[in-house]
Design a binder for this molecule. Structure first.
Ligand SMILES: Cc1cc2nc3c(=O)[nH]c(=O)nc-3n(C[C@H](O)[C@H](O)[C@H](O)COP(=O)(O)O)c2cc1C
Length: 323
C-alpha cells in the first residue's frame, strides 16, 4: 500500500501516521517490532524492561526484529531508573524518545542535546504548550475518551485536538478513544498530523495480554456504567485531596501509583503499590472508549491495513466533495 505523508510520517519515517501507545506491563520489544513492521510506528515501553541492562537488550532485539523505526517511551514517575534508562536510549542511538505524563523538561533537554527526536505526551493544552516551548519535536495530546493517566483538567478529544491545532506549531498526535478508520480520519480532520492508539492495539493477536482480556474488550461497550465512570468521571474530590496531601510522604513511584488509582476511581487506591503488581486482568479499567470499535481480534497488520484501507474507501465515498 502507498505511504501517507504527514508531518508525523516524515518525523518518524513510517508509512502511516499511526502510533502504538506505550503500555505499562505490556508494551515489550516484540510487540513494538510487530507494529512497526506493519508500516505504523511501534513503541517500546522502557518500564516493561524494568532495568537499564534489560532495556539495552530489548532495544537491540527490537532492531534485530525490524528494519523499521520505533520509539522508546519513558514515563516520568512510573519508569524505574529513568535517568539510566535515558542514558541507555542515547547510547543505543534510539532515534525517537517519548516522554509522558509529568514535566519532562530535563529529559527533553538531554534528548535534544544528543540530537535525537523528542516527543512528549500530555493530557492538556497548557502542558503541551509548555513542552513545545521546551523544544519538543511533536506532542501527543490525550483527550478524555482515552485511558492511561487521567488529568482533572482533561477535555474531550475533539476539543483538545481542535484547540491544540489552533495553538501548537509542531506536529500534533491525537489520542483518546481512537480505534477505527472513522476516528482516525476524524482526528486528522480536527488538525492532528497523526494518531496514537493504546486500547485498540491491545485488541490484536500479537499483543501479549490474555485472550480472556481481549474477549472482554470485544464484549465491552462505552455505555457500560463502570467503563463510563472510569473513563469519564472526575476523581472523587475527597480522595483527590487526600492523595495530594500524601505527596512527599512516600516514595514518588508509590505516590504516583496511588494518584493514578484515584484518577481511575479505584476505592482501594491506598493499597496501590501492592495491587499494581498484580495481574493486569484484574485492572479491568485499563481500556478506553476505543472498545467501541473492537468487534474481533485481528493481527496488527490486519488492524493497521483495515484502518488505512477503510479511511481511503471512506474518502472515496465522500460524494459531497467537489472533484
Ligand atoms: C494498559 C495501558 C497501559 C498504559 N501505560 C502507559 C504508560 O506506561 N505510559 C504512557 O505514557 N501511557 C500509557 N498508556 C496510555 C497509552 O499509551 C495511550 O496514550 C492511550 O491508551 C490512548 O488512549 P486510547 O486507549 O483511547 O487509545 C497506557 C494505556 C493502557 C491502555
Amino acid at each position: 500500500m502507498m505511504r501517507w505523508t504527514t508531518r508525523v510520517t516524515e518525523l518518524l519515517d513510517c508509512d502511516y501516521p499511526i502510533i502504538q501507545g506505550a503500555l505499562s506491563r505490556i508494551g515489550n520489544w516484540k510487540f513494538a517490532a510487530a507494529v512497526s513492521e506493519t508500516g505504523a510506528h511501534g513503541t517500546l515501553t522502557a518500564a516493561v524492561s524494568l532495568t537499564p541492562d534489560k532495556l539495552r537488550e530489548d532495544i537491540r532485539r527490537c532492531r534485530d526484529a525490524t528494519d523499521k523505526g520505533f520509539s522508546v517511551n519513558i514515563t516520568v514517575g512510573m519508569c524505574p531508573h529513568i535517568d539510566e534508562m535515558l542514558d541507555v536510549c542515547l547510547e543505543e542511538e534510539v532515534e525517537v524518545i517519548e516522554t509522558a505524563v509529568f514535566n519532562a523538561d530535563e529529559y527533553g533537554k538531554r534528548i535534544k542535546e544528543a540530537g535525537r527526536k523528542w516527543i512528549h505526551k500530555t493530557a492538556t493544552l497548557k502542558h503541551a504548550l509548555h513542552a513545545e516551548k521546551a523544544g519538543a519535536d511533536a506532542l501527543i495530546l490525550v483527550g478524555l475518551e482515552g485511558i492511561g493517566f487521567k488529568n482533572p483538567a482533561q477535555l474531550p478529544t475533539m476539543t483538545t485536538i481542535a484547540w491544540a491545532a489552533r495553538n501548537i506549531r509542531v506536529p500534533i498526535i491525537a489520542a483518546g478513544g481512537i480505534g477505527d478508520s472513522r476516528t482516525f480520519l476524524g482526528a486528522l480532520g480536527l488538525g492532528a498530523d497523526g494518531v496514537m492508539m493504546g486500547t485498540a492495539f491491545m485488541a490484536t493477536k500479537e499483543c501479549p495480554i490474555s485472550d480472556r482480556f481481549k474477549q472482554k474488550m470485544v464484549g465491552a461497550f462505552p455505555d457500560n456504567p463502570h467503563l463510563r465512570n472510569t473513563v469519564l468521571a472526575p476523581p472523587n474530590p475527597k480522595q483527590y485531596e487526600a492523595v495530594m496531601k500524601k505527596r512527599g510522604e512516600m516514595p514518588l513511584e508509590n505516590w504516583l501509583t496511588a494518584l493514578e488509582r484515584v484518577m481511575l476511581k479505584h476505592d482501594d487506591w491506598e493499597l496501590a503499590p501492592e495491587m499494581w503488581n498484580e495481574d493486569y486482568d484484574r485492572l479491568s479499567s485499563l481500556m478506553s472508549f476505543a472498545v467501541t470499535y473492537v468487534d474481533h481480534i485481528p493481527t496488527v497488520k490486519e488492524f493497521v491495513d483495515g484502518i488505512v484501507q477503510g479511511a481511503r474507501k471512506q474518502i472515496a465515498e465522500w460524494k459531497f466533495l467537489e472533484r
